[in-house]
Ligand binder design. Structure first.
Ligand SMILES: *Cc1c(COP(=O)(O)O)cnc(C)c1O
Length: 345
């Protein structure tokens, strides 16, 4: 018999996910929108994300590592799954080639390994100014690069979510690089980059965050719907008397007698201590503020607004990403990818 699951669940609104992809695909103009599904679909479960988006017509998927590609095998054609970090060794290059995935080549060294593994079709990431992964502009003429069979030439924006001169600079370098390479489709924009306009769209865009309900750019705020809804059960209800403290170090002291609930979610689940005294949970319309410190496996909430709630009832986290980021100080990306392995997905 399988053991009982912890009482945490991460609800994925697949209609909202598909809606967001359609919005981003439309905003990508003549380009088509793919989907970044690395880090297990930003923590939401890559398999169910890819299933939903593929059914909606999305054809291009991006993961970071070979193991992430393997987890998606059979859901879509393997050569539509691009491995952003590329091969880290010859053995990895051979594995990628044998399985038919598409590596994104990020360096001359990776290009040589890919050639040694059979030189099949691949993507190329050119670094135009983020100074992270990617082939340097100065290396584009290297024979290992010019002999690649390139499907898509990518670059990645450092400041797409800001009005920064870096955007125009990266755009012009990317155009120069694409002309220099002279083969393949071209791709530059992440979620925020799509909002920079048609110059940035190329043939293919690579949104991640906004698919999952993140709002990287104010212009998207009214269009993007929340996708991820973390929920957990109340394990115990207790009455705390006026003057008593709650949780570690008693950082909250009750001013009146109050009915509180102990919820099965803590920082080990990605509900970090920065939510202590700040977070809010919900049951229908009732606001249930977090009282005192978040513990590793549990959090105490005020049940005053919901006297009908009892042990075994479920509550939802207030987790609208832009608002949650403002309150917690975490990025919208972190808020998604932190959500831990104990949630049923
Ligand atoms: C993660 C990633 C994306 C998606 O970025 P978002 O900001 O989440 O839309 C796009 N391209 C590359 C290369 C990435 O690593």
């Amino acid at each position: 018999m399988t053991p009982p699951e912890p009482p945490l669940r991460l609800i994925l609104d697949t209609d909202a996910l598909v809606h967001n992809w359609r919005v981003l695909d439309r905003l990508s103009g003549t380009a088509r929108a793919g989907a970044a599904v690395k880090a297990d679909g930003y923590g939401l479960g890559a398999v169910r994300v890819v299933r939903a988006l593929a059914a909606a017509g999305c054809r291009d998927f991006f993961v970071a590592y070979p193991s992430e590609a393997a987890a998606l095998e059979g859901l879509v054609d393997s050569d539509r799954i691009a491995i952003l970090h590329g091969p880290q060794s010859l053995a990895e290059a051979q594995w990628i080639a044998a399985r038919g995935f598409r590596p994104v080549i990020n360096s001359v060294r990776q290009a040589s390994m890919w050639a040694d593994a059979g030189a099949g079709p691949c993507d190329l990431m050119v670094d135009t100014g983020i100074n992270r992964l990617g082939v340097a502009m100065a290396d584009l003429a290297a024979p290992a690069i010019t002999t690649l069979n390139i499907r898509t030439v990518h670059s990645h924006l450092a400041s797409a979510d800001e009005d920064s001169p870096l955007n125009a600079q990266q755009l012009s370098r990317w155009r120069w690089a694409c002309a220099q390479i002279g083969q393949g489709e071209v791709s530059l924009a992440n979620s925020a980059g799509i909002m920079l306009g048609s110059d940035f769209h190329g043939d293919l865009t690579r949104p991640g965050l906004a698919l999952y309900g993140g709002v990287p750019s104010i212009a998207l705020a009214s269009e993007i719907r929340q996708v991820a809804f973390p929920e957990a059960a109340i394990m115990q209800v207790r009455t705390v008397n006026a003057g008593e403290g709650i949780g570690y170090n008693a950082t909250f002291v009750a001013e009146r007698d109050m009915r509180v609930g102990v919820v099965a979610m803590g920082y080990a689940d990605g509900y970090l201590r920065c939510w202590s005294g700040k977070g809010v949970m919900r049951a229908d319309d009732a606001h249930l503020p977090v009282l005192g410190r978040v513990s590793m496996d549990m959090t105490v909430i005020d049940l005053s607004a919901a006297p009908h709630l009892g042990e075994g009832d479920w509550v939802g986290l207030d987790y609208t990403l832009p608002e949650a980021a403002r309150i917690s100080g975490l990025s919208q990306y972190e808020l998604l990818t932190l959500l831990g392995g104990r949630f049923a997905r």
